[in-house]
Design a protein around this ligand. Structure first.
Ligand code: NAP
Length: 312
């Protein structure tokens, strides 16, 4: 049993990870900037990654620290995320943490990565800079009720009779079900062979964004969404348009949209030796996420932890 700190415990991934770690027998602390509002199953601790001084108490006694924090909603997220990762890595080293587990983004370093993906990659380096071994899991879109990229896609397909999209709709992506991502995150804790290693994680299907929207359209609206290419749509125009159709704010929308020209697929499946087990395909994960949404709307149990979040 490890003593585990989860930074980002109140987020989409953290809300599912915390109970899974507790179920695996670990002693879990949930780090948040608002511990008084925390309603999850772990012990809440205050901590703000932008404030290095606030991390010492949160980190004290932890042997493993999960880092599930990002500043996508900020215009200057690159500077803020870099400082935050540096603060977290340094505090972990001072507290004697033996392993940091970080969930970052897929995408090839040989590609011209978007600022968002570049920043996620930089965080890997900065978290490790003070000497604590980092285990990085890199993922593309994580599908599950409440996930920002998933909800953005769902709202878009739900709202539109046809889609006029930029060329990026032909980029390939390998989405992963939130339950599978959490299983991998839990599975690397305290594993000697995972220290200092980077793993790519993905679901069973590689598909283009166009195909993703068509599959979703068939499930939501009983017909595939017709997608037409408009070659001259800028990220700024697309983000503004996106914020009109979905609930995503324009800054987050733009930061996410800039990544869609980068292919995000698994090229090395070493994680499947370390944490074996089947993963869901896209259609299965869409159906599971929609079931969770229905459960959250009707207040039944299978809601992926969303009611808990709404109560915060
Ligand atoms: N969602 C996806 O599809 C996806 C895909 C690939 C990778 N990832 C990665 O997975 C990680 C988690 O993503 P998510 O979707 O779960 O994010 P999220 O729902 O937006 O949650 C973000 C979390 O960060 C915490 N946070 C933000 N600023 C903070 C600060 N200054 N100090 C301390 N905590 C702070 C928030 O906690 P409080 O507000 O309670 O403090 C919240 O719990 C990120 O690193 C992301 O890049 C996500």
């Amino acid at each position: 049993m490890a003593s585990i700190l989860v930074a980002g415990a109140t987020g989409f991934v953290g809300r599912r990870l915390v109970p899974a770690l507790a179920e695996a027998g670990h002693d879990v602390r949930a780090m948040t900037r608002n511990p008084d509002e925390y309603a999850g199953p772990a012990r809440p601790v205050a901590g703000d990654v932008a404030d290095a001084g606030s991390l010492a108490d949160a980190m004290a006694g932890a042997t493993v620290a999960y880092y599930l924090v990002h500043g996508l909603g900020s215009r200057d997220f690159e500077t803020e995320d870099a400082r935050a990762a540096q603060n977290f890595g340094a505090a972990a080293a001072r507290a004697g943490v033996r392993q940091i587990v970080y969930l970052g983004g897929l995408g090839s370093d040989r590609d011209d990565l978007s600022p968002h993906l570049r920043s996620r990659r930089e965080a890997e380096r900065l978290l490790a800079a003070a000497g604590v071994p980092v285990t990085t899991l890199r993922a593309a879109i994580i599908v599950g009720h409440g996930g920002i990229s998933w909800e953005m896609t769902r709202e878009l397909v739900d709202a539109l009779p046809v889609m006029i999209a930029p060329r990026w709709v032909n980029t390939r992506v390998q989405p992963i079900w939130i339950g599978d991502a959490v299983r991998y995150l839990v599975g690397v804790a305290e594993r000697e062979e995972a220290l200092g290693r980077t793993y790519e994680i993905g679901g069973a299907d590689v598909l283009t964004y166009r195909r993703m929207m068509q599959v979703l359209g068939r499930i939501l609206n009983r017909r595939p969404l017709p997608v037409f290419i408009a070659p001259v749509a800028t990220p700024r125009a697309s983000a503004l348009w996106l914020s009109l159709i979905t609930r995503v704010d324009p800054v987050t929308g733009r930061n996410l949209l800039e990544s869609v020209s980068n292919e995000v697929i698994v090229t090395d499946d070493a994680i499947t030796d370390l944490v074996p087990g089947p993963v869901l395909g896209y259609r299965q994960m869409v159906l599971a996420a929609l079931r969770e949404r229905l459960a959250a709307l009707t207040g039944s149990a299978d809601d992926g932890g969303e009611r808990e979040q709404h109560g915060q």
